[in-house]
Design a protein around this ligand. Structure first.
Ligand code: ZN
Length: 169
């Protein structure tokens, strides 16, 4: 089973309803960047009422602000966003493991392959407390000299059980 085999057929339907999206501006209309998790259950456009052209959606494992910094700098300096909303979510995979555990898992998958030791340089940025992790990421961004000082930064939890969002900071 390969998911990519369905792409072209699905895309035909999408193209049929593409409408006037060719004229969307590259600068996000809401001047908003959302940092959130890559979790497959999250439909960010749906749960925040955002449309194409309105916001940058920066996704990674956990919605980690540190991991998103490269994209945030581009978003702000080149594409004009001035607001960041950080979302972490309930039942996130990031609550279920530690960096040392994952490093061991990777290395033990092929113990003779020394190239896998490169995983020791990866910080997986997991967290143990959901709301605390949101506060810490907002603080990280507020205190980061590379983030524009006038940026409005908020922190949120999305509940996968209910679809509800809840502001933490
Ligand atoms: Zn997650």
């Amino acid at each position: 089973m390969s998911a990519h085999l369905d792409f072209e057929k699905a895309n035909e339907k999408y193209v049929a309803g593409f409408g006037d999206r060719a004229h969307l501006p590259i600068h996000p209309g809401k001047k908003l960047a959302v940092v959130t998790c890559m979790d497959a259950r999250l439909n960010v456009f749906g749960h925040l009422g955002i449309k194409e052209g309105e916001a940058h959606i920066i996704r990674n494992a956990g919605g980690a602000a540190k991991d998103a910094l490269r994209s945030i700098i581009i978003s702000q300096r080149l594409l004009g966003t001035r607001e960041i909303a950080v979302f972490h979510h309930t039942a996130c995979g990031m609550l279920t493991f530690s960096t040392p555990q994952l490093r061991t898992l990777v290395k033990e998958s092929d113990p003779t392959n020394v190239a896998l030791n490169a995983v020791d340089d990866v910080d997986f940025l997991e967290f143990g407390d959901l709301e605390k992790s949101v506060r810490e990421d907002v603080t990280f961004l507020r205190e980061n000299p590379l983030v524009l000082p006038e940026t409005k930064i908020t922190g949120w939890v999305y509940e996968v059980e209910t679809g509800k969002v809840r502001q933490i900071v």
